[in-house]
Design a protein around this ligand. Structure first.
Ligand SMILES: C[S@@+](CC[C@H](N)C(=O)[O-])C[C@H]1O[C@@H](n2cnc3c(N)ncnc32)[C@H](O)[C@@H]1O
Length: 227
């Protein structure tokens, strides 16, 4: 089943943003809870509404886990799954990758392109529902999946990597349910404990961890490589 970590992360928005990201306005939390993962048109509207601000909701700085791993990865073709407003895609482009970013939200993609222009790099962008999108097989040296969980994509992600290609993955885990029960999170949008380690069976796990991420929320992080 398609399951992404949206609705939940909505009440947690501040925990998902970089330091430069704004505090959500009153009402955004209830807006977020309307994102269900069950109705792409409605979800797109909700995401578009969330991103319809001049501020970068997730900030302009790439995820710290990505920044810590990318310098060791050879430059090439990269795919950013659910790229949002482009913080990670633009970072990769600045490092020399040819980046394609896919996202459901037209507003997010427009902001990603603006960010790229602002930082004098180019990214390719695709507005698409990842439930329908087909990842090109054996096309990527690096696939990045940050703060998004769609388990049905696992076979496509594995097939999309070239031999020797890398996967960088980060998403909150069910430990968030205990850390903050008031967040009313949906369990299926969160990784089970240990799940990410065994999810990509065609890949060699180089590094795996679970623990507090950059904003304190409990995340699982994976660096893996296609044999
Ligand atoms: C939590 S944000 C993460 C954005 C980005 N990865 C980052 O780290 O800044 C989740 C993103 O998933 C996108 N999204 C949600 N459902 C999607 C779908 N079915 N297909 C494509 N993108 C989707 C949203 O538009 C949003 O930009």
């Amino acid at each position: 089943m398609f399951c992404l970590w949206i609705a939940l992360f909505i009440p947690v928005l501040p925990a998902c943003t970089s330091k430069s990201a704004p505090t959500p306005r009153a009402g955004e939390q209830s807006l977020f809870q309307k994102v269900t993962g069950d109705d792409p048109d409605e979800d797109r509207r909700q995401w578009d509404q969330l991103f319809s601000t001049q501020d970068y909701v997730f900030g302009k700085e790439a995820a710290s886990y990505l920044q810590s791993k990318v310098p060791k990865i050879p430059v090439g073709e990269a795919l950013d799954i659910a790229m949002g407003e482009g913080r990670n895609a633009v970072y990769l482009a600045k490092k020399g990758f040819q980046v394609t970013g896919v996202d459901l939200s037209e507003v997010a993609v427009r902001k990603a392109k603006l960010l790229a222009r602002e930082q004098s790099v180019q990214i390719r962008s695709v507005i698409a529902d990842l439930n329908q999108y087909q990842i090109r097989p054996q096309a990527y040296d690096l696939i990045v999946n940050i703060q998004y969980l769609q388990r049905s994509l696992v076979p496509q992600i594995q097939a999309g990597l070239k031999s020797g290609g890398y996967l960088i993955f980060e998403n909150p885990t069910v430990a968030e349910l205990d850390r903050n029960p008031g967040r009313n999170l949906r369990r299926d949008f969160l990784l089970e404990k240990g799940e990410l380690h065994g999810l990509f069976t065609d890949l060699e796990v180089i590094e795996y961890s679970e623990g507090p991420g950059e904003n304190g929320e409990i995340v699982a992080r994976l660096l893996a490589r296609k044999r």
